[in-house]
Design a protein around this ligand. Structure first.
Ligand code: COA
Length: 178
């Protein structure tokens, strides 16, 4: 499955993507805001790419490499995880050099549009660390609304409870025009 708006292209992960995943996941922001393994070795990256490719065998997981539609460079990752019959959760990251130009917003819009068109999902949700303003802005630009804070929703790497901010889009909600 390929989704594109002419600027970004979402496609299934391929084994050759592992070095780009490894390089991106050395980034301090990804390590801070996502529960990626530490240290993030090349073996971890190869396993990630292989596991994400297998997601397509399940109805519940849809994972894509975010790539540059013009030159094919891997820019990041986006996924949809089904959590219930009507509910799915979204997650994403970008390589540091792909940030600040709307790539994540484009990728999330593409995946949300496709999800609404091709599934019966009703509630689309994502959550972020309370200090992850960039991710919250991506969610709002893609049509999600801030729902509230769930206290102690996650544990950090040291096992300490961490609050998370939830963003939600319910089927039928007005969507911002691009
Ligand atoms: C979260 C993350 C993906 C956001 O990346 P980002 O580059 O800010 O998001 P986008 O690609 O949508 O780019 C938006 C930025 O580009 C700017 N921009 C430039 N051209 C744009 C365009 N055509 N459309 C939209 N935004 C544009 C926006 O103004 C915005 O900057 P601002 O938020 O300072 O206003 C990134 O910070 C990241 O990978 N973080 C680490 C992992 C992480 O936290 N993941 C999310 C966990 S919940």
């Amino acid at each position: 499955m390929v989704l594109t708006d002419g600027v970004v292209r979402l496609r299934a992960w391929e084994p050759e993507d592992a070095p780009a995943v490894w390089a991106a996941c050395q980034d301090a922001l990804i390590i801070r805001f996502l529960p990626v393994p530490q240290p993030y070795t090349e073996t971890v990256a190869r396993k990630y790419v292989a596991a994400r490719a297998l997601d397509w065998a399940s109805e519940d997981e849809r994972s894509f490499a975010i790539t540059d539609a013009a030159i094919g460079e891997v820019l990041g990752s986006i996924a949809r995880h089904r959590r219930a019959e009507h509910r799915a959760e979204f997650g994403y990251w970008l390589a540091p050099n792909a940030r600040g130009r709307g790539v994540a917003t484009r990728a999330l819009r593409l995946l949300v549009d496709w999800s609404l068109e091709t599934s019966s999902l009703i509630r689309l949700e994502l959550y972020t660390h309370p200090e992850n303003d960039a991710s919250g802005r991506v969610a709002e630009r893609a049509g999600f609304s801030r729902e509230g804070v769930r206290r102690a929703w996650d544990l950090d790497r040291n096992g300490n409870p961490e609050d998370d901010v939830f963003y939600v889009l319910v089927r039928g909600d007005p969507r911002p025009t691009i």
